[in-house]
Design a protein around this ligand. Structure first.
Ligand SMILES: Nc1ncnc2c1ncn2[C@@H]1O[C@H](COP(=O)(O)OP(=O)(O)O)[C@@H](O)[C@H]1O
Ligand SMILES: CC(=O)OP(=O)(O)O
Ligand SMILES: [Mg+2]
Length: 401
């Protein structure tokens, strides 16, 4: 019998979703996708079919700040009502969620129970902005539809194959025992890309490949025969590359300086590092790569932000290649990686020493392979699909249960 799975990918202010039909043999098809935006400000719901035609759209008035009901309940309730009516006779087998932090213990997807939810909530100090966003829709659905099976799929889980040295911070040992270690994120995206490589390139699937997930949040993952051995995000989603509004790699002395010399408290520092840094902080105008590319010719600060983004990207691809002991493949993915030929060209131009040779025409056309035939590193563009990965995990988790 055909069933359906709903995959939710929650960000700090929006929830992306995808709805799949699947048959008993495991074949699946995305039948709708969309987004719930502005959950705490001006909620807006939109769903489109596989061809991009609008299936449904709805807006709500801003929630009353005095109302203590969870802001997710109205929008998530509307989503699940729409999904149920859109599916007709096809039963919804379960709902899968991208949960940013799984901590040291959750190394694979798990069926959500009240006890699991409590344990996930306890990880909020590790991801103060992302974890509540992940858990909001889960709580809302548990209250509205307690009958529905919900599965948590962790961004950290894929990186549990990293060797101990990659997970360790050079702090007193007791911190490690309290979970203060490197985890890595964007794991659902990397797992999806690793699964695609099996069908696209045996050389990259079996070899040393760096995947660049460049979206609003950005990171790199070093894949050795498809397993994560290193990544640029660490304890939190702040580390590594320059991001839309996050700082990336930062000397911890800067935080001490903010505390001591500037008198900022933890909340103010969090605001600077998560919301006002990165491309936005350096350009002082926008966190959006498309916007910055449009301004770069006439705006020196926008240019500096783009240059810093590319500089850190090159620097950290080098670090990943060093850990891998060489490089066979480089994959670009997510919003910037899939669509921004200029960023790919700027990075690849400085990776010639590693054997990267970019085919300018293929790059401009966003082709699947954008390296030249004589490039010793095969450079690819692969659209990521975290929601498909979530669907597979839900199917496996419910079949195992
Ligand atoms: N055509 C494009 N050219 C350049 N950048 C793009 C393009 N499309 C999307 N982007 C950039 O991708 C980023 C968002 O990536 P995305 O993967 O959608 O983010 P999220 O982390 O929210 O999932 C933004 O910086 C946006 O400007
Ligand atoms: C982990 C992370 O940074 O997520 P996003 O890119 O969705 O912000
Ligand atoms: Mg994303």
């Amino acid at each position: 019998m055909a069933t359906a799975v709903l995959a939710l990918n929650a960000g700090s202010s929006s929830v992306k979703f995808a709805l799949f039909h699947q048959d008993e043999g495991g074949a699946a098809r995305r039948i709708a996708s969309g987004e719930l935006e502005g959950i705490t400000t001006h909620p807006h719901f939109r769903a489109v079919d596989a061809d991009g035609h609008v299936l449904a759209e709805r807006t709500w008035p801003a929630p009353d700040p005095a109302d203590t009901t969870d802001a997710h309940q109205g929008p998530v309730g509307s989503l699940i009502d729409w999904v149920t009516s859109h599916l007709g006779d096809v039963p919804l087998a379960g709902v899968g969620h991208r949960v940013v932090h799984g901590g040291p213990d959750f190394i694979q997807p798990v069926r959500i129970t009240p006890d699991i939810l409590t344990r996930l909530d306890a990880l909020t100090p590790f991801a103060p902005l992302h974890q509540p966003a992940s858990l909001g829709p889960i709580r809302a659905l548990a209250a509205l539809r307690p009958d529905l099976a919900q599965v948590a799929c962790f961004d950290t889980a894929f990186h549990h194959t990293m060797p101990a040295a990659a997970t360790r911070l050079a702090l007193p040992r007791a911190y490690g025992q309290r979970g203060v270690r490197r985890y890595g994120f964007h794991g659902l995206s990397y797992e999806y890309i690793a699964s695609c490589l099996l069908g696209l390139s045996q050389r990259l699937a079996a070899g040393r490949t760096v995947v660049a997930h460049l979206g609003n949040g950005a990171s790199l993952c070093a894949l050795d025969a498809g397993r994560s051995v290193e990544t640029t995000m660490g304890f939190s989603v702040l580390d590594g590359l320059v991001m839309g509004t996050r700082c990336g790699q930062l000397d911890p002395g800067v935080i001490l300086y903010m505390l001591r010399a500037e008198g900022l408290d933890a909340a103010a520092i969090e605001d600077v590092l998560y919301r006002h840094s990165g491309l936005l902080g350096v350009s002082d105008v926008s966190s959006d790569m498309r916007d910055l590319q449009g301004r770069a010719a006439g705006d020196a600060q926008a240019r500096e932000a783009l240059d810093l983004f590319a500089y850190r990207l090159v620097q950290q691809v080098g670090a990943m290649a060093a850990v891998l002991g060489g490089l066979d493949g480089l994959v670009f993915t997510a919003g910037i990686g899939e669509h921004d030929a200029a960023v790919r060209a700027a990075a690849c131009a400085r990776l010639g020493w590693l054997g990267v040779r970019l085919d300018a025409g293929a790059n401009a056309a966003h082709a699947a392979v954008i390296s030249t035939p004589d490039s010793t590193v095969e450079v690819r563009v692969i659209p990521t699909d975290e929601e498909s990965m979530i669907r597979r995990h839900v199917a496996d988790c419910l079949a195992g249960a």
